[in-house]
Design a protein around this ligand. Structure first.
Ligand code: SF4
Length: 332
């Protein structure tokens, strides 16, 4: 986890952006989502945002991001205005009100390479870095991205990682916990232990699609029912597991910002490859992405459980019952 005391020179962001630019500028990337959800005070941070005036019927992640940003006091925040969240504009404006410097970034909905290049170059000008420096960082990060892919493969092909471990290491690759070198060492040490493990033998193999869960014990609960998540869709996307030629290509292949249909292609391919029995589609209360559930239900051929989380904390009793019934249905 990133040291909250070390805020000088840190650049926060609201969802994955071309992190290579921040690193090329010699600054520390901070994914505010990771700061929020790994904080022991995550629940209180949501309350704080409500006290500041955030409506009760706005998403828990947005409220958490707002307080996480004020707690972290980054030098600036890159806010993804298109390709992530319909609430980001207001989030950005309220952060601005509190004196935070904001730089907007937009993923073009049509996945246009020219538009994406334009946005990337705009960010490069802000951080005063050129293509040569950014490309060097991209190349330097390739080994750690490959390590992430290998870790993911060990999850589904050799069954050696728990659902949570797969989630944790992949979700952390959005900012490499602020320090790619340290994160690489952490991964390498983890690998050494994992290789010696006996494979897990849970009966049910699950895919998890949708934004990362706000629940703290979801993966552990799933495993208590003799099931394991062998595919964490968005978390895997954060690690950029693609063969690509350059930075524009990399962020064009990244599916998350380009809507449900871009994500579907990847989901279909991975659930087939990983021999998944069923899908958990996690949705966040008050999130516009809940509507996309219609598309996933119609276009994916496996049984789907749509579940909803609101505030940080343990899985609620009703969701537990639904998960249990879903896994039992897949078992028998
Ligand atoms: S869960 Fe939905 S509403 Fe909440 S921050 Fe993410 S995209 Fe926005």
């Amino acid at each position: 986890m990133i040291d909250l005391g070390k805020t000088m020179n840190t650049i926060g962001f609201t969802t994955s952006i071309p992190v290579e630019i921040i690193l090329a500028a010699g600054k520390t990337p901070v994914d505010l989502n990771n700061i929020f959800i790994t904080s022991d005070l995550a629940g209180q941070w949501v309350d704080k945002a409500e006290e500041a005036g955030y409506p009760r019927n706005s998403c828990g992640w947005i409220k958490g991001l707002y307080t996480a940003c004020l707690q972290t006091e980054p030098e600036a925040v890159i806010a993804v205005m298109q390709g992530d969240c319909s609430n980001t504009q207001a989030l950005m404006e309220t952060m601005q009100l509190r004196g935070i410097t904001i730089f907007p970034f937009a993923y073009p909905y049509d996945r246009s390479a020219d538009m994406l290049k334009h946005e990337i170059e705009k960010l490069m000008r802000i951080f005063n870095v050129g293509w040569a420096e950014v490309e060097k960082v991209r190349q330097d990060l390739l080994p750690v991205r490959q390590l992430c892919q290998e870790l993911d493969r060990l999850s589904w092909q050799e069954n050696r990682l728990t659902s949570w471990e797969n989630h944790y290491y992949l979700v952390s690759s959005s900012d490499f916990n602020g320090d790619p070198q340290k994160y690489t060492e952490e991964l390498k040490n983890f690998f050494a232990g994992v290789k010696k493990r006996k494979p897990f033998k849970q009966k049910v193999r699950l895919a998890y699609i949708g934004v990362p869960p706000i629940f703290t014990d979801l993966y552990q609960f799933i495993e208590s029912l003799d099931a394991r998540v062998v595919y964490n869709e968005i978390q895997r996307q954060f690690s950029m597991p693609f063969d690509c030629q350059n930075l524009v290509d990399q962020y064009q292949q990244y599916t998350y910002p380009y809507g449900a249909y871009a994500r579907l292609e990847d989901i279909k391919e991975q659930i087939r490859l990983r021999q998944v029995d069923g899908i958990i589609h996690y949705t966040q209360t008050f999130c516009f992405r809940q509507i996309e559930d219609i598309i996933f239900r119609e276009k994916l051929d496996l049984p789907i459980l749509t579940m909803e989380g609101d505030k940080p904390g343990q899985v609620d009793a009703r969701s537990k019952m639904r998960i249990e019934a879903f896994i039992n249905m897949l078992k028998y």
